[in-house]
Design a protein around this ligand. Structure first.
Ligand code: ADP
Ligand code: F6P
Length: 321
């Protein structure tokens, strides 16, 4: 392997830059040239590639977002788009590709693998919704951002005796909501994997009021059955004792400097991805299993759903009393 390319795709995640840096520097150490593809599969189709040297990735370890930028592109979902993408890579003499992104991006990687390109994926998504790895790059930073927000909201909630309904990201996965709800001390957590009826949310917030708490918090995953707006409206109409306010955290969850955990995870995953390509291990995603770097097949990653650990949900139930 003489020349590889790297891209970041799908929603950006803090730590993607650390992964790019790690790919570039570990490949360079093996005398492999690296090209960065700007704006993911869209940039691949338009041939937007640039050579990246070790010096080009200086000073990016601590930066959120991605220096290669990212994009979503529908054309690449078609067989014609995928063949065109492979042709572009061949035109540039690229003989291996690292895709850093979420489950959709890894489906794109799988498509290129099926066409015969040596591909390795790196899980980068704040949602932690990718099968086969304990953690994805960006999750820890997003969780810390959400927790900072919950702590601040609790300050003002307890000053005014209010209940806050807080919507967090995660697409159709409840991981961010569940974990931030546990660590933020929420009275109710609504996730797609475990429905909670509106009556039950209201009951829990009222119970908190009757127990003498001066605030209450409900964390709602954006993919939950009931939207945060509907939860807030329902609880307000129920008069549970607290005034109710709604906060949608939105895209601020995706930004910010990556935590120590994400920088380390991204650096380890970047090195592992390059060593897979160099060793001829293709069609895999690098993964964290416990404390070890591992690999799982893209076939499995793109065909299996990432389950949530229901023990964590039980823990949340226990601790919210
Ligand atoms: P994420 O990677 O964060 O899950 P998306 O689901 O939006 O984000 O996917 C990012 C991009 O990956 C899409 O815009 C598309 O270009 C590509 N992609 C997604 N699904 C597929 C697929 N089934 N086949 C090929 N490419 C795909
Ligand atoms: O996949 C990451 C994510 O932030 C999801 O949590 C969210 O649903 C989605 O991306 C938002 O996408 P966009 O940036 O296109 O609004």
């Amino acid at each position: 392997m003489k020349r590889i390319a790297v891209m970041t795709s799908g929603g950006d995640a803090p730590g993607m830059n650390a992964a790019i840096r790690s790919v570039v520097r570990s490949a360079t150490a093996k005398n492999i040239e690296v090209f960065g593809i700007r704006q993911a599969y869209a940039g691949l189709l338009s041939g937007d590639l640039e050579r990246l040297t070790s010096r080009d990735v200086s000073g990016i370890l601590q930066r959120g977002g991605t220096i290669l930028q990212t994009a979503r592109n529908d054309e690449f979902k078609t067989p014609q788009g995928q063949r065109r993408g492979l042709r572009r890579l061949n035109e540039h003499g690229i003989d291996g590709l690292v895709v850093i992104g979420g489950d959709g991006s890894l489906r794109g990687a799988m498509a290129l693998h099926k066409l015969g390109l040596p591909v390795v994926g790196i899980p980068g998504s704040i949602d932690n919704d990718i099968w086969g790895t304990d953690m994805c790059i960006g999750v820890d930073t997003a969780l810390n951002t959400i927790l900072g927000a919950i702590d601040r909201l609790r300050d003002t909630a307890s000053s005014h005796e209010r209940a806050f309904v807080i919507e967090v990201m995660g697409r159709s996965c409840g991981y961010l909501a569940l974990m931030s709800g546990i660590m933020g001390g929420a009275e109710a957590i609504l996730i797609p994997e475990a429905d909670m009826e509106l009556e039950e949310v209201a009951r829990r917030l009222e119970d908190a009021y009757l127990k003498g708490k001066n605030h209450a918090i409900a964390v709602v995953a954006e993919g939950a059955k009931h939207s945060a707006a509907d939860v807030a409206k329902f609880v307000e109409n129920k008069s549970v004792g607290f005034e109710v306010r709604l906060t949608i955290l939105g895209h601020l969850q995706r930004g910010g400097s990556p935590t120590a955990y994400d920088r380390l995870l991204a650096s380890r995953m970047g090195i592992k991805a390059v060593s897979c390509l160099a060793a001829g291990q293709y069609g895999v995603m690098v993964a964290l299993h416990g404390r070890e770097m591992a690999t799982v097949t893209l076939e499995d990653v793109t065909s299996k759903p990432a389950p949530i650990n229901m023990d964590d949900y039980e823990m949340a139930e226990m601790l919210s009393q």
